[in-house]
Design a protein around this ligand. Structure first.
Ligand SMILES: NC(=O)c1ccc[n+]([C@@H]2O[C@H](COP(=O)([O-])OP(=O)(O)OC[C@H]3O[C@@H](n4cnc5c(N)ncnc54)[C@H](OP(=O)(O)O)[C@@H]3O)[C@@H](O)[C@H]2O)c1
Length: 241
């Protein structure tokens, strides 16, 4: 049984839904978000306030990560699972990009999650697992979403996560920690406009976006000890797109 799950980016759309799912399943959670107020609100909504450990910090340097690890070490001496739901969306056209946007995308989508996970090595318990959310565009390229135009840094950062998955898995292997990247495509949310919904039906073989609860169930399966020979894998969560 997995005891402690650390969710990076728990204040986001997917991260907060994962927190809800795993809280309902009775897992012990440590939630990260960069905005403390948002994080407290999420924890309150989960009715976990008494037991949940909250870690808040924007990640843009080793110092930030060291601070996160310090906050973590105050509430636990080990974690079994890390899930990264960190990231930022970007669809800036090439001629609208500037250096700072490049850095923001590469940082939030690639450096922040991967460097944090690397630094969590000592806290991860033997036999644990690491799940990182990339994006299908990082596997298949920028044209994969009809009606969306992921930017060059967005695609590069998501492809970067895909590229380092196996290397990270090898790094974690001495502790028998498995590393799996998930590359989701369309996920259902209230803000999906009707045109995009039509595009999904046109292009996705299963004729619908994935539900975030389906993603949570899939992650739940991947972190279970029944799947303990899967590591270094990049798995598409895409309805066949
Ligand atoms: N939603 C989708 O349809 C979809 C599809 C494919 C892939 N994905 C991937 O799945 C992941 C989660 O997506 P989402 O829709 O939940 O995104 P989201 O709602 O924008 O949430 C992203 C989370 O990351 C945090 N964050 C971003 N940059 C950070 C930084 N530098 N330091 C600390 N925290 C940072 C955000 O904090 P704040 O709350 O303070 O902003 C938030 O908690 C992303 O990697 C995304 O690319 C999503």
């Amino acid at each position: 049984m997995v005891e402690k799950i650390f969710i990076l980016g728990s204040t986001g759309f997917i991260g907060s839904e994962l927190a809800k799912y795993f809280a309902e399943k009775g897992y012990s959670l440590i939630l990260h978000g960069r905005n403390r107020e948002k994080l407290v609100k999420i924890a309150r909504s989960l009715n976990l306030q008494e037991s949940v450990c909250l870690v808040s910090r924007s990640i843009a340097s080793d110092l930030d990560i060291d601070n996160i690890i310090y906050q973590l070490s105050k509430c636990t001496d080990s974690i079994n699972v890390v899930i990264s739901a960190l990231g930022i969306w970007d669809d800036s056209a090439p001629n609208r990009l500037d250096y700072s946007r490049w850095i923001e995308s590469i940082n939030s989508n690639l450096i922040a999650p991967i460097q944090t996970i690397i630094k969590l090595y000592d806290l991860l318990s033997y036999g644990g697992s690491v799940i990182v959310l990339s994006c299908l565009s990082g596997v298949r390229g920028y044209r994969i979403y009809k009606g969306l135009n992921p930017s060059i840094p967005y695609v590069a950062s998501k492809a970067g996560v895909v590229a380092v998955t196996r290397q990270l898995a090898e790094y974690m292997a001495p502790k028998n920690v498995r590393v799996i990247t998930i590359a989701p495509s369309w996920i259902e949310k209230d803000t999906l406009d009707p045109d995009l919904y039509r595009n999904i039906i046109d292009t996705v073989p299963l004729k619908r976006p994935g539900k975030v609860v389906e993603l949570a169930r899939f992650i739940d399966l991947l972190i279970s000890s029944d799947i303990d020979y899967v590591s270094g894998a990049v798995i598409e969560f895409s309805g066949g797109l």
